[in-house]
Design a protein around this ligand. Sequence first.
Ligand code: IPD
Length: 267
Amino acid sequence: ADVLPSQLLELAVAAAREAADLVARGRDGAGEHVGTKSSPVDVVTAVDAASEALLVDRLLGARPDDGVLGEEGASRDGTSGVRWVVDPIDGTVNFLYDLPAYAVSVAAEVDGVVRAGVVLNVATGELFTATSGGGAWLAAPGRPVRRLAVTGPSALDRTLVGTGFGYRAEQRRAQGEVVARLLPRVRDIRRYGSAALDLCAVAAGRLDAYYELGLNPWDHAAGALVAAEAGAVVAGLPGTSPGDPMVIAAAPAVAEEFLDLVAELHR
Ligand code: IPD
């Protein structure tokens, strides 16, 4: 595909900003909707679907030959070599509870490789962006834009670890057991509730490492590029089944040890 990552990023940011406005308005009205009959899940589903529809409309409106993959079912093969991978609200449960960690995530793959990514925290307005080779950036309201560069600790017992749990009960049980064994080995554990923001947190030095089993592409596509471009080691875990891919991002000095430990605990 004959397009620059920076051009894809520009389009992704514009679409994500519009979607974030829509999600924010949906959040404001969420109480009323619950009050009138719709179940809380219905509210989320309606806003999710509307946000995804808007993203698809803006992205494919500008680039009609592209493909798209979205959490709410958008799926289309394009002919241009570019495919958009979108999560209209990553952190749906946080959205529902008004916990300020839910994001619109938009990634652009070129010939199957993610080249541009945007994660926009709807509640805080923090905008994380990255292009392959162009670095990772954070634009926070009222603060100068800054380039993200991971430093992080050099020992596992000073590593603040983020993780998350998929929605399948059996997988949650197994993950709970792994966490119980991981916790005594690291500084502490956080469960933020949005995989996209977890990966950006590694990029911003708010977490030193993050791992999760069973993520979907829309959860990690943009955030993983942000983490990698900030200098985090991003890897899948060898030996996990293709249906349950594990995504790991960690500060360079602890990455190998962390990866080995997580692999050992999952055996
Ligand atoms: C979820 C969040 C959560 C993670 C789950 C994801 P969603 O995405 O990223 O943090 O633990 O695995 O499914 O459902 O809120 O878009």
